[in-house]
Structures are given as C-alpha cells and as structure tokens.
Design a protein. Structure first.
Length: 711
C-alpha cells in the first residue's frame, strides 16, 4: 500500500513540467512564491529540487523572473527581453527582442551588474517621457561572453594581477589568479570572470596569454572576441566539407551550359583568395553581351545541411587586416567554389544583352560550367587600360580587346545610373598596411581606380537583373532594400547648407538625383567633404527584406545581392530562389515568415561585421600613431559636440578629438542647427568641414581615443 502511494506521487510529479508551471501562473494571474507553486500543483516537499530546476530553466529562457520572494510571469508585467548596449559615455540602452518596441534608456546605476551585450530582462520605469522610455535591469538571462580579453594593469601579490577588459564598454576590473605565470604590464590575456568581489571588481581565472597589446595579431583576436566573431568551424561542418569532391566531375556538369570556351576573367585585389565572380564581354552587333558568372555554392551546400546552418549563423565572412574568418571552410571558399584560373568551376550565370547606350534589352539565367582564363588584379587592369604600361599591355594582350569593351560598357552603366539619380560617394577608405621588414603599420587611403568601377558596375547590373526576374516570377527571395532618407534629417541638411556658398544652388527636390547633384556642385566650392558627410548621416541603413521597398541610394526599383554567395548568406538565399524559379528542383525557403526572420538576422550580422571592421581599424590607427605624438597634421572637422570636435587627418586617414578644455582663449557655444562652435567673446568659429592644423597630443588604446590640440 505504501509502495503504491509513493508510486502515485512520483507519477503525479512526473506530469509537472515547464508547460504546466506556466499554465498555473496564467491561471493564478499573480506573482507566486515557490511554496504557492508547490502547494497549488500538489507537489511533495521531496520534489522541491526538481521544481527549483524547472523554475530556473524557465528563468533562463526569459519566461519568468524572480523578485525578492516571488516568481513573476514576464508576459504579465511591463518587462521585456532585450540586449544591453552600453554607449561610450557609460549609459545604456536595452534593445528589445520584439522589434516593434522602442529602445529603453538605462542609467548605469540601474544596470544591476549587467554588462554590454548581455541578454537581460528590463522593466520600464514610470514617469519618463521623451524619445526613449527609461528602465532598469531586472535580471540577467545570459552573459554575452564567458571569456574576456583583458589587459594586465599591475601585479597584486604572488600569482595575482589586476586587469581591465579590452572592451571600453565594460567598466570594471578583474583580479586574475595566474598561478606561476609571469605577466608583464600591458600583456593581453584571456580571462574567465568568476565571482563579484565588490562594486566593479570581479575575480577571474587566467585561460590563455595572448601577447603584447601593440601586436596587431593580438588586437585582431581582441576584436573577434569583443564582437563574438566565429573563428572555429565545428567538427561536423568540417567533416561535411571534407566529404565534398576536390574538383567538379562529369555528373556535376549534367544539365549545365558549357561556357569553357568563353574568355572569362576574374578581377580582384592582389591579396584576394576567394573569387566568387567572373565576367566575359562579347560584341553583339552594335551592342554587347555581358556574362556574369557567380560561383554555384548552392550546388554543394544543401538547405539545412551542417554547412548551411553554420553559414547562416555566421551570416557573412569577416575581414581583418591580417586575417579572414570565412563563412565557409577553406575547401569551399578558396577551393571548390572559388573561380580559380584554368580549372573547371560550376556557376550560375546572368547573360545580359545591352545596346550601344548600355540599356539592357534582355537577360537569361542558367547553371553553367566555366574555366577562368585569367586571374587579374585591379592594379593590372589599371596599368594596362589607363596607364598604358607596355609590359602589362603585352602580358594581358589576349584579353585587352575585352577589357576595352568592359571599360566602355561600364561607363555607359555609370552614366545611366547617375541620370536616374543613383548616389555615389567619393570618400577615401582607409587601409591598414603592414611593413614586412620591420612589422610597422601604416594607414593609407585605399587605392582605387576605374578598374574597381568596372567590376562594381557589372555586379550592380547582374544584381538588378536577377531581382527583376525573380520579382516578375513572384518568387520569394531576399531583396536588398534601402529606405528613403530621413525627411527631418534632409530638411536639417538643406537648412544648414542654405547658410553656405551653396545656398543659391540647392536643389528643390529631395530625391536621390538631387542629392547626387548636391554632391557634384559641392566639389566646385571645396565643400565635398562637408556635404558628403551630411548626406551620409541623413541616409537610412540598407538591409535585407523579403518585401521590396526599393533601393534609395541606387535609385533602383528592384535590387538584390546575387554576386557573392561565398561570403554572404543572403546571396546564397537568392541563388536558391533563382534555381527554384528556373525549375532546377532545388530547395528554397518557401515561407515569408521564415525568410523575414533570416533577413533580420543577416542584417544584424552585417552590422556586427561593420562594427568589427571599424574597431580593428581604430585599434590599428592608435598603434600606428603612438610613435607620432607631438607631430602636426592638417585635418578636417568631421563632427562636433558641446565638449569639442573631431578632426579627420588628410594624410593618414585617422580621426581624433580636440576637446574644448584644451582651448583657453574663449568659452565656446555649440550650435547644432549650424553645426558649429562659436566663441562667446571673440566670435571665433569652428565648423563642420573646416580645414584645420592640429598637434597629436595622446593616444589611448584602452579607451580607443586619439587626442589632438590646436596647432
């Protein structure tokens, strides 16, 4: 009889699970103590441990959270699941998982030990009005990282060191237990945070020594850790890649057009190792046929496979000065799917016919086989086409006629785009160069010539043609969309420029064509820097979407990303949709809701890659400038605030700040509507776009800051 009772109670408890606990919360409609839950569900005291585990699991998932004595159902309180983003100023914003909700401002005193990047539950505080509601962190659901790159500040006794996180958004210190390890000052190490010792001080365990902070290899690893850039492929993914053939075989050629007799070439940077696009241009009467062949990654990577799942998690490849973290293992990215010269490769081809004015007459799309004739670099094409270097011209003699046709056709495309209102910014892009002899760094403007433009124009043409085809077929795929510029920002831009020499020349319209006209006019008045920066700030961010919103910057009604499936997952989605539309019998995402979720994830991961690239550039710049303190430079004021202004140097493409506290000739008033600072007594003015001489005063790798003073 006793045995039967125990058996009955165990059976009863086995029916209690996360779902029944949640249902009980909804039924009671109030916060509950653990005892109330136990009694309400008729659970014996001996099963308390299991109930605690169920409650903890629900809390980890963000479904419930604990106050002092009771558990609360998240859905019934003004509490949201969010990610904490800490600004450089120290304040934070909770970015809700529910994209329909506004960001929530959080004062540092309300962080409740949450760190930048943590997944949190945040409660909205009453009474705060304005753009963002104010809130406080209720609980931490998940730490953003279990391991932190930290810098050794000083020893704290035998085997212990005081350290600081390399991420300036993490405002605390760690006392690190290092055992017998000797850690000199400024050594970077990987640490595992353990327990909180006091406010802003944690204990930690040494995991691995990285190296000195001024080593760019170390800085790259720091950035990858700070932004959670994936660096190791799971064994199951590598195994799946290893099972793929080394080269495409005859069975792979079935059903494909054989284009191996056509003169395809790849044109990339000298350091490039993955070639996902090749082009061929042929005369066609008075016009041309342009073939854009793109690596057929979808042939090897099946939807839902291990390779596919990992690529979706990564979203894109991540590029750093000394390394690349690819979206696919090297066997695919640099081998089987890379359009290397003189080997057969599987491709998806966009065959487009253009008249002599560069207008597309028709287009077709199909799987094919190609064999790239030459691997060209931008520098080679520039020397052959535009500098008439006799040695390079002779070397490229077999493809020179095609390159000349490519130049003509690309210029036609560019002219058409400009006439329809596409915006082109001609702002220098910085590049980190490493001196092989002494290991020193140099920051220079990235070399650019019309060979880059040829490739860009051809890729734009293919992307647009594919998007138009899929839209006409009513296919479900990912558009690359760029919403219209913010109206208020555009109005502010034109109001600001009305006070400059451009005042009488300002276009009346606010479309992309008018903005390009504005940039073109600004060159005549040496205001291109000012205008380009302000136009950029007024622009919305491009993103992926299953719904077509058009592309404002390109003035395109229908646009997608098709040309880089090796390094962008969005392009792989488009390839599958294209094959599906062509009746190739390939799996493609068929649900709008699923595709929308993929689009949001990819847009977010793209921003992660951009932030990581900007951070490593900032860190490399600081290392480069540390030996140049005291030197004078010419720069342009690139941004202003009430406490100073930022200056972008002309020669080395570095940016730093002149603080008003270092200017002692007057008190300065910041006028945001005029984007300037003006002296109250002297009337001296500092304004956006102003050329100015500065002296490099200091650099700080911990805070990622460069400080200038007026020369």
């Amino acid at each position: 009889m006793v045995a039967e009772t125990v058996k009955h109670k165990n059976k009863k408890m086995s029916k209690v699970n996360q779902k029944s606990v949640l249902n009980f919360f909804k039924e009671m409609n109030k916060p509950l103590s653990q005892r109330e839950i136990r009694d309400g569900l008729d659970i014996s005291k001996r099963e308390n441990e299991r109930l605690r585990n169920i409650l903890k699991s629900l809390a980890d998932k963000g479904r419930i959270f604990k106050t002092r004595k009771t558990w609360c159902l998240v859905d019934e309180l003004p509490v949201q699941k969010a990610v904490l983003e800490v600004q450089r100023s120290g304040v934070g914003f909770a970015i809700p998982f529910d994209k329909r909700r506004r960001d929530i401002f959080i004062h540092p005193r309300n962080f409740q030990n949450a760190w930048h990047g943590d997944t949190i539950l945040v409660a909205t505080l009453p009474g705060k009005k304005g753009k963002s509601p104010e809130g406080r962190v209720v609980s931490i659901i998940e730490r953003a990282t279990k391991l932190l790159p930290v810098k050794v500040v000083k020893p704290m006794g035998p085997g212990f060191f005081l350290t600081r996180p390399a991420n300036p958004r993490l405002d605390f210190s760690l006392v690190l237990e290092a055992g017998e390890e000797v850690l000199p000052k400024s050594t970077m190490v990987i640490a595992e945070p353990l327990e909180q010792m006091e406010s802003n001080l944690w204990s930690g365990r040494l995991v691995r020594v990285m190296g000195h902070e001024h080593d760019l290899v170390v800085q790259e690893e720091i950035v990858k850790l700070n932004h959670k850039v994936p660096v190791i492929f799971p064994a199951s993914v590598l195994k799946e890649a290893d099972n793929l053939p080394g080269e495409p075989g005859k069975k792979d050629f079935k059903g494909r057009r054989d284009l191996r007799d056509k003169m395809f070439v790849t044109i990339d940077g000298a350091q490039a190792k993955d070639f996902d696009d090749a082009v061929c241009i042929e005369p066609d009467g008075k016009g041309f046929i342009l073939y854009v062949a793109i690596a057929d990654v979808s042939h090897y990577v099946q939807l839902g496979s291990k390779l596919d799942q990992e690529a979706l998690i990564r979203g894109n490849s991540y590029y750093f000065p000394l390394s690349v973290e690819p979206m696919f293992p090297e066997k695919l990215s640099n081998g089987l799917c890379s359009l290397n010269p003189d080997v057969p490769r599987l491709v998806m081809t966009a065959q487009m016919h253009f008249d002599s004015r560069g207008l597309r007459k028709k287009a077709s799309f199909y799987p094919a086989i190609i064999k790239s004739s030459k691997r060209l670099t931008y520098s080679q094409v520039n020397k052959a086409l535009y500098l008439n270097n006799p040695e390079v011209v002779q070397e490229l003699e077999p493809v020179m006629d095609m390159l000349k046709n490519a130049d003509f056709l690309a210029r036609q495309f560019l002219d058409i785009r400009r006439k329809r209102g596409s915006i082109d910014f001609d702002l220098p892009e910085p590049e980190v160069l490493l001196n092989i002899l002494d290991g020193g760094l140099e920051i220079k403007a990235r070399t650019r010539n019309f060979a880059h433009q040829i490739v860009e124009e051809f890729m734009l043409a293919a992307n647009e043609a594919v998007a138009q085809f899929l839209q006409d077929k009513e296919s479900l795929f990912l558009y690359r969309v760029h919403p219209s510029a913010d109206k208020d920002k555009l109005d502010s831009l034109f109001e600001l420029l009305s006070n400059t020499e451009l005042g009488s020349k300002l276009p009346k319209e606010r479309d992309p064509g008018s903005l390009q006209k504005l940039i073109d006019i600004s060159r005549e008045y040496e205001l291109e820097f000012l205008v380009s920066r302000l136009v950029l700030r007024s622009m919305m961010q491009a993103k992926y979407s299953p719904d077509n919103e058009g592309h404002f910057g390109l003035a395109s009604k229908s646009y997608c990303h098709f040309t880089s499936p090796i390094r962008r997952y969005a392009d792989l989605v488009v390839h599958r949709a294209l094959k599906d539309a062509l009746g190739e019998g390939i799996q493609a995402v068929k649900k709008h809701k699923s595709l929308k979720s993929i689009a949001e994830s990819l847009s977010s991961l793209e921003r992660v890659a951009m932030k990581a690239e900007r951070e490593i550039l900032k860190r490399a710049t600081i290392i480069f400038l540390k030996e140049k303190i005291g030197q004078s430079y010419t720069g342009i004021i690139s941004s202003l605030a009430d406490f100073g202004f930022w200056v972008e140097l002309e020669d080395v493409l570095a940016e730093g700040m002149v603080r008003l506290s270092t200017i002692n000739d007057d008190y300065y008033l910041f006028r945001p509507e005029k984007q300037d600072l003006i002296g109250k007594r002297t009337g001296k003015r500092f304004y956006l776009g102003q050329k100015i001489r500065v002296v490099l005063k200091d650099v700080n790798l911990d805070r990622l800051e460069v400080d200038f003073a007026l020369d």
